[in-house]
Design a binder for this molecule. Structure first.
Ligand code: PHE
Length: 487
């Protein structure tokens, strides 16, 4: 209605000079006119200029008198021609009419108020009521009257806002609804030629993607793979969760009584419970180094049992793969290698906020002649700083297969403390020499869990939200597609 009125009027007329008048002449609601003008202005169908006017509107009291008459007139009319006692009069009218009416009527010299209240004039006119109605209708009244009503708090100022309206650059006598889609029907009917299409809003946010979320561990693994590849490492084949105790422990010079080999710490397989094949001559050399040493070592001095080495298990670390790879390397003329792996390992552990029985290990190793502990420290700085962890500390540690061994700590800016992030060392001669690697070949290696840096970098505090049967799908949907910034 309002929109048609405005556009139709402008078709024949230059301008709507005052939206307020326009509305009242047509009996339209001015608020509605204002809304329509704003919308038409937004689409540039019209140009609109603000108009502001200070005007007087009636207060509640003013409205009351405009409707029922002023108190002074009401009071006057309540006085009979012969007069009335004050008390009688007070009973006859409203308390506010009595109070204000007495004051105003005696000021106007309409009445005399003593014990007896009597009229001093025969007839009065309710000019107050009349003027208030005129103000209510937006008519002009004398400044004197305005001042007096202001004093009596019958009127108050109000800023009135409206518009003057002219045709805009996109003016049309009727607004065309902009089409959002080109449909089959448009093409069939041929009316696409006359359509106005809604412009693209390139600032609108897109629909959130509902599917295809990458798990944080996958994103972290990808990032680590890229780091290793950029550093010139090759990925080791880790596609065997089942391993023999031999490659998981014995080849790594881990004695058979070692507590890690207990079923409390390791998942052993019931079927098939043992491995069928091991390289026999190498097994002999491993047995010998455990029992009585060699290569400058005294060994452990115990009775090494083949049965124990044959037991199948779920690999407890990816270092089992490293031992296979180093053995394979030793079977060929020596060439230096840089290997890495990122894959699943299993430990028979109690599950809590930071531990799972299944998790992932990241492992890196470099095999070359004459490597030193300095090389290990250097490569660790290189590797971890690519992950955004450039403050490192090392603590001497023990692993059966490395000497020296170091735990790796990184300073966490958010937690404001040093956190343990990994383990490292130089593989022992008792491990490397029975494999057949040349004597001057050294292997530096490190390992860490994939979950730990993922939790730190993605701000996840319960490992069970990240991995396992209780994984929080919402968390996986919510976490960013890629992380910008490292800490
Ligand atoms: N295998 C070790 C672990 O399970 C990690 C490690 C790898 C340590 C290589 C030293 C060298 O924690």
């Amino acid at each position: 209605m309002a929109e048609e009125a405005i556009l139709g009027y402008l078709e024949k007329n230059e301008e709507i000079s005052d939206s307020g008048e326009f509305a009242s002449q047509r009996g339209l609601d001015h608020n509605e006119i204002v809304n329509v003008v704003k919308s038409l202005h937004g689409f540039r169908l019209v140009d609109a200029q603000d108009i502001k006017r200070e005007r007087w509107v009636l207060t509640d009291e003013g409205k009351l008198y405009a409707a029922t008459g002023s108190p002074e007139v009401q009071l006057f009319l309540a006085i009979p021609p012969g007069g009335i006692s004050r008390d009688e009069l007070q009973k006859k009218v409203d308390p506010s009419v009595f109070k204000i009416g007495c004051a105003q009527a005696s000021k106007n010299k309409w009445v005399e108020i003593k014990q007896l209240v009597s009229r001093k004039v025969e007839h009065v006119e309710d000019k107050v009521k009349e003027l208030l109605i005129r103000i209510q209708d937006g008519e002009m009244v004398e400044q004197e009257e305005i001042d007096s009503f202001k004093r009596r708090k019958l009127i108050m100022p109000q800023t009135w806002k409206g518009y003057s309206v002219r045709k805009g650059p996109n003016y049309a006598p009727k607004r065309k609804k902009a089409a959002t889609d080109l449909t089959r029907e448009h093409l069939q009917r041929g009316d696409w030629k006359d359509l106005d299409f809604k412009e693209y809003n390139f600032n609108a946010k897109g629909q959130p993607a509902e599917g295809g979320h990458l798990h944080p561990l996958l994103k972290m693994r990808k990032q680590l793979q890229m780091i290793f590849l950029q550093m010139g490492f090759e990925e080791m084949p880790t596609n065997n969760f089942i391993e023999s105790s031999f490659w998981n422990f014995d080849a790594l010079f881990q004695p058979q009584q070692h507590p890690a080999r207990d079923s409390h710490d390791t998942f052993f397989l019931q079927a098939p419970s043992t491995t069928r094949e091991l390289p026999e001559d190498y097994v002999e050399r491993v047995k010998h180094v455990h029992e009585s040493g060699g290569y400058g070592s005294r060994g452990y001095g115990y009775d090494w049992k083949r049965d124990e080495a044959n037991k199948n298990l779920l690999r407890t670390h990816t270092t089992a793969v490293s031992s296979r790879m180093l053995y394979a390397l030793a079977q060929k003329p020596f060439a230096p290698k840089k290997y890495f792996s990122i894959d699943r390992v299993f430990r028979n552990e109690a599950v809590d906020r930071t531990h799972l029985a299944e998790f992932h290990q990241i492992e890196g190793l470099i095999c070359d002649r004459g490597l030193t502990l300095g090389d290990l420290i250097g490569v660790l700085y290189d590797f971890f700083s690519r992950l955004g962890m450039s403050k490192l500390r090392f603590k001497p540690a023990y692993n059966p297969y490395t000497e020296p061994s170091m735990e790796i700590f990184s300073y966490h800016e958010g937690f404001r403390k040093w956190v343990e992030i990994g383990n490292s060392g130089m593989f022992r001669p008792e491990m490397l020499l029975p494999m057949g690697l040349p004597e001057d070949v050294r292997v530096i290696a490190w390992g860490l869990s994939l979950e730990r840096p993922t939790m730190i970098l993605y701000g996840i505090d319960n490992i069970r939200d990240l991995f396992g049967h209780k994984v929080d799908l919402d968390l996986i949907k919510r976490n960013p597609i890629c992380r910008i910034g490292i800490d």
